[in-house]
Design a protein around this ligand. Structure first.
Ligand SMILES: [Ca+2]
Ligand SMILES: [Ca+2]
Ligand SMILES: [Ca+2]
Ligand SMILES: [Ca+2]
Length: 367
């Protein structure tokens, strides 16, 4: 063998060994770091989500919330860099929390507090992960409406989470969070404070809503990831701060499961901030039953809004302009599907009306 051929072989062998495995033999595949989403850019100086929901990967790394006092850190701390130099009147966080594996939302004893940039901490407060006895809240709000009054908004705000009762529930997981100061409504922008956009049949992704199931909880986007959901984008051009979002969509569903497939939507603002809801009978505005062989056409309308001084929509204060995304997923694998369509259910006429049931999103707010 010639000398230069031998050197080439040696070099190739070294590359092959390096390429084969960069990890040490004792590093187990099961514990290697799973991916994390991208951090969200600030929506405004007074509002930001923690992660950009559009980048949540399949098998996202679990950010576990400690239970009891057996951990190095007694709580999970997340930080939000805020600005705006505003005089604080209220602070709120919204939390997308998954229960421990095999546990329900209402079994855990989660508490939360907020720490201001100067170190002032609120009391620990309960996190209520249920909207009603049956409905889980995937943007659970914890409000700090008086603790930080009069402070200046600038600086690093911290949200801390823990399960205070060591009754061996296991550890909850944080998928996303957001922070609102003064409802996220920054200084005025001017212009019309409303805009309505639709997704045409040609521009949209209409069809079957995919079935995908979470690991910790059915709507665990951190398990199946955003790529396994049906995605549609709206483009908004007017600039204002959103207060109310009205989403309309139409689906065909088997009569057997009409209005009760486990189909969910995730509405994502341009910043990556989110709102999640389930398609329920309460949201149906038009129905045409038994169109053919056991198939119903349903038109849904979801109003995502805040109360005057009570609970705040997680999307309140989001700047309107940019790309808004609606994702859909069916979290029960049972061959009962929703099919997103451009046909609209016309209850009065008793028949589908083509091309009038396209996805629509109406945003309104202040400018
Ligand atoms: Ca418990
Ligand atoms: Ca206040
Ligand atoms: Ca517990
Ligand atoms: Ca299903």
């Amino acid at each position: 063998m010639r000398k230069d051929t031998l050197i080439l072989l040696l070099v190739l062998t070294v590359f092959a060994l390096m390429g084969a495995d960069c990890r040490a033999p004792w590093e187990d595949d099961d514990v290697k770091d799973r991916p994390l989403p991208d951090r969200a850019f600030a929506s405004s100086p007074l509002l930001r989500a923690y992660y950009d929901t559009r980048t949540i990967p399949e098998e996202m790394r679990d950010l576990k919330i400690p239970e009891g006092t057996d951990f190095d850190d007694d709580e999970l701390t997340i930080q939000f860099q805020m600005g705006g130099s505003a005089t604080v009147d209220e602070v709120r966080t919204h939390l997308y929390i998954m229960p421990p594996l095999g546990k329900e939302m209402n079994e855990v004893e989660l508490i939360c507090r907020c720490v201001a940039p100067d170190g002032t901490a609120s009391a620990w407060k309960g996190v209520n992960l249920m909207l009603t006895a049956e409905a889980e809240n995937l943007q659970a709000e914890v409000g700090f409406l008086f603790e930080f009054d009069g402070m200046i908004s600038d600086g690093n705000w911290r949200i801390q989470l823990k399960d205070y009762l060591d009754d061996k529930d296991g550890r909850c997981v944080m998928r996303n969070a957001s922070l609102h100061i003064n409802r996220g409504e920054a200084a005025g922008l001017g212009g019309a404070p409303n805009e309505n956009q639709t997704v045409s049949a040609a521009a949209g992704n209409y069809g079957l809503v995919p079935e995908a199931t979470g690991k910790r909880f059915k709507m665990d986007i951190g398990w199946f990831g955003e790529k396994r959901m049906l995605r549609n984008d709206f483009t908004f051009t007017t600039s204002f701060f959103v207060q109310t979002a009205v989403l309309e969509l139409s689906v065909y569903e088997p009569t057997d499961a009409s209005g009760s497939t486990e189909s969910w939507y995730v509405l994502v603002a341009p910043s990556g901030n989110w709102h999640i809801g389930l398609l329920t009978n309460d949201d149906i505005i038009e129905t045409v039953s038994d169109i053919s062989t056991g198939l119903d056409l349903l038109t849904f309308q979801f109003t995502i809004a805040s109360t005057p001084t009570g609970p705040l929509s997680n999307l309140n204060g989001e700047p309107s302009s940019g790309t808004w995304t609606v994702y859909m997923v069916d979290t029960l694998k049972d061959n009962l599907y929703s099919t997103l369509t451009t046909d609209r259910a016309d209850s009065a006429g008793g028949a589908p009306v083509p091309n009038t049931g396209v996805l629509s999103l109406a945003l309104s707010g202040v400018s």
